[in-house]
Each structure stands twice: as C-alpha cells, then as structure tokens.
Design a protein around this ligand. Structure first.
Ligand SMILES: *[C@@H]1O[C@H](CO)[C@@H](O)[C@H](O)[C@H]1NC(C)=O
Ligand SMILES: *[C@@H]1O[C@H](CO)[C@@H](O)[C@H](O)[C@H]1NC(C)=O
Ligand SMILES: *[C@@H]1O[C@H](CO)[C@@H](O)[C@H](O)[C@H]1NC(C)=O
Ligand SMILES: *[C@@H]1O[C@H](CO)[C@@H](O)[C@H](O)[C@H]1NC(C)=O
Length: 309
C-alpha cells in the first residue's frame, strides 16, 4: 500500500519533474475514468450499453478536458472514459437520473472485465481515475443538514463499496479527485451569501470524508497504490492568483461560451473578455479547458512522482 496526498500547490512549481523511474502514469497503458462530477470528465458516453463502442465526444470544458489533456501529456495511454454527465455516486442517496458510479462500474464489469482482447488491461498497466462529489453536492446541499456530514458518510460508504468492486475485478491503481471550490464560481455566488457559505462547507466536508475514506480503504489493501488529487487546492490557488496565471477573472464566465460542448475550443466571441482560455470557468459550474490544463499538468506531476515498484 502506498498512499500519497501531496498538495497540488507544490506541484504547480515542481511539475514535470521528469524521472526515468517507472511511475504509475508512465506505466499506464490504459486510463479508465469514472465520474460523477462527471460532466467534468465525460466524453459523452450515455452510460448505457458497451462503453467501448465509439461515440461522439463532448467536453463540458469548451475544449479538451483535464483527463484528455492528462492522457495527452502522458503520451502512451489509451483513455477509456465511462463518466456520464450529471451522475452522482449513488442515485439511491442523491438522486439524479444519469447512470451513477455503480452503473458505470457495472458497465465496466460487463464489458471490460475480465479484460477483452481489445483492452488487455492488468492491475499494473492501468489507472482508475474516480471523480465524484460535485453533482452530489449540487443536488443535496440546499436541503442538507448543516455541512451535509450525515449524507456524505452514506455517499462514501457506497463510493468505496463501488471502488471495491473495481478492486475485486483487478484494479490496483486508483486516483481520487476531490471537489473543486465551485462555491466561489457563478453557481455558488448565485445562491446568495448564506447558501454560498453552506455550499462551501458541504464541499469541504465531502473532501474531508473523501480523504479519510480513501486513506482507510487504501490502508486496508496490501497490493494497491492510491492517491487523492487535491483539485480543491489547485482551483483555490488558480482563483486567488488568476492574473498571474493569465486569467481575466476568478469567477466570471461568458454566456457565449457557457453552452459549448465541443472538445475543441470555440473561436473568440467579441462580447467576451477574450478567448475561452482567458476564463477559469466555462460557466457557473464547469471549468474551462484552460483551467483543466493546469489540472492535467499538476495531476501529471503528482502521478509521475509515484513510483510503481
Ligand atoms: C456523430 O457525429 C456525426 C457528425 O456530426 C454524425 O453524423 C453521427 O451520426 C454522430 N454519431 C452518433 C453516434 O451520434
Ligand atoms: C443503476 O444501478 C442501480 C443500482 O444497482 C439500478 O437499480 C439501476 O437500474 C441502474 N440503472 C441503469 C441505467 O443501469
Ligand atoms: C429541497 O426540499 C424541498 C422539499 O422537500 C424540495 O421541494 C426541493 O426541491 C428541494 N430542493 C433541492 C435543491 O433539492
Ligand atoms: C460546518 O463546518 C464548520 C467548519 O468546520 C464548522 O465551524 C461548523 O460548526 C459546521 N456546521 C455544522 C452545522 O456542522
């Protein structure tokens, strides 16, 4: 068991720490993504049927999302993206209609485990990226008690039961992204100060529970490597230092880009402050591809530092 939880902030400066040692990213021939903050990750699979059948890709980032960019930087991995827009970890706990983490995992178990000929993955040549929590909070914080703790405990019980199904199928290398501070983006600001504060504490609570559960789960297995990526700190850093990082605003978005779902960046809209890449946020909830570039680079840096043997 190896467990690391490095501050994303440190990695911004030490990114691309090139190393000749094998790392969990240099070893990764396959990158499997499961997501519920899933519109952050999804490429447009509906969650129904065989995820290996080609489908038209969409990106909520108006340009390539962090996971496509991560795989692009890594350069030697195939991305198999089972994320579904709008999903939660468990729709029996926080309901949204799209297939949840359990369903995405069920599809993996139906179609990709045991490994089919066209995807000969093993525990050592694959990475499992899991990104849930955003929709869980968006759909529950309003009515949650206090910081949402009771609900979040249930969510992570289900979440790690699902992770365990992947483990039992042979998954051995896990990356868990925490939830970014969208309370400071349009979606949070629109709530007014009281609910914005509640949203903030719900996000902090869910991230705290994720780190505790991930630590406990990973410590319970001798043969796995896992890491939590602190996307929350990264986005906090980005919003606090938006100018230095080349963005025009910590929280603004432009209506002309807000509904773009292409994985290629749109042309510059004259009514906006600049191209989509000058915004951290594509809309009130979803980052732009340029913010996702920093996510991909920082995560790549973290994964490069985790030796695989
Ligand atoms: C994918 O997009 C192309 C071009 O827009 C379209 O012709 C095709 O029907 C789409 N395929 C699916 C599965 O939606
Ligand atoms: C998702 O999983 C739940 C629980 O296992 C199940 O009840 C539901 O039918 C599944 N939905 C889909 C679309 O597969
Ligand atoms: C909160 O609960 C009320 C009453 O049950 C319901 O009408 C409302 O839709 C809920 N709001 C959210 C955001 O879930
Ligand atoms: C929410 O979390 C904050 C910070 O940990 C804490 O001060 C506050 O008491 C919590 N509120 C509730 C209702 O649990």
């Amino acid at each position: 068991m190896k467990y690391t939880h490095t501050q994303a902030l440190l990695l911004l400066s030490s990114c691309f720490c090139a190393t000749s040692l094998a790392s969990i990213i240099s070893d990764a021939r396959y990158v499997f993504a499961f997501s519920c903050s899933s519109s952050y990750t999804t490429e447009g699979w509906t969650g129904i049927g065989n995820p290996l059948i080609p489908y038209n890709k969409t990106c909520s980032t108006a340009g390539p999302n962090w996971i496509q960019q991560l795989v692009g930087i890594a350069g030697n991995s195939e991305l198999i993206d089972l994320a579904v827009n709008g999903a939660t970890a468990d729709q029996d706990i926080v309901f949204t209609a799209p297939p949840d983490f359990r369903n995405q995992t069920a599809a993996f178990l139906s179609w990709i485990a045991p490994p089919p000929d066209q995807v000969p993955w093993t525990g050592d040549n694959s990475l499992f990226l899991v990104t849930f929590g955003t929709n869980d909070i968006v759909r529950s914080f309003f009515n949650s008690t206090g910081n949402g703790t009771d609900l979040h405990v249930k969510i992570f019980e289900s979440y790690f039961n699902t992770v365990d199904k992947l483990y039992l199928a042979g998954a051995r290398r896990f990356v868990f992204n925490n939830v970014i501070p969208f309370d400071r983006a349009g979606r949070g600001i629109d709530q007014g100060p009281v609910l914005q504060e509640k949203m903030k504490f719900n996000i902090l609570d869910i991230n705290f529970r994720l780190s505790v559960k991930a630590n406990a789960y990973c410590a319970s297995k001798k043969d796995i490597i896992c890491t939590v990526f602190d996307a929350h700190s990264l986005f906090t850093h980005m919003m606090d230092n938006f100018k230095t990082l080349g963005f025009m605003s910590p929280d603004a978005f432009c209506n002309d880009y807000a509904e773009v779902h292409s994985c290629e960046a749109p042309g510059v809209a004259p009514a906006c402050l600049g191209p989509i890449s000058s915004y951290i946020w594509k809309n009130g909830l979803h980052p732009s591809w340029a913010a996702d570039t920093l996510w991909a680079k920082a995560l790549y840096g973290q994964l490069s530092g985790i030796q695989s043997s």
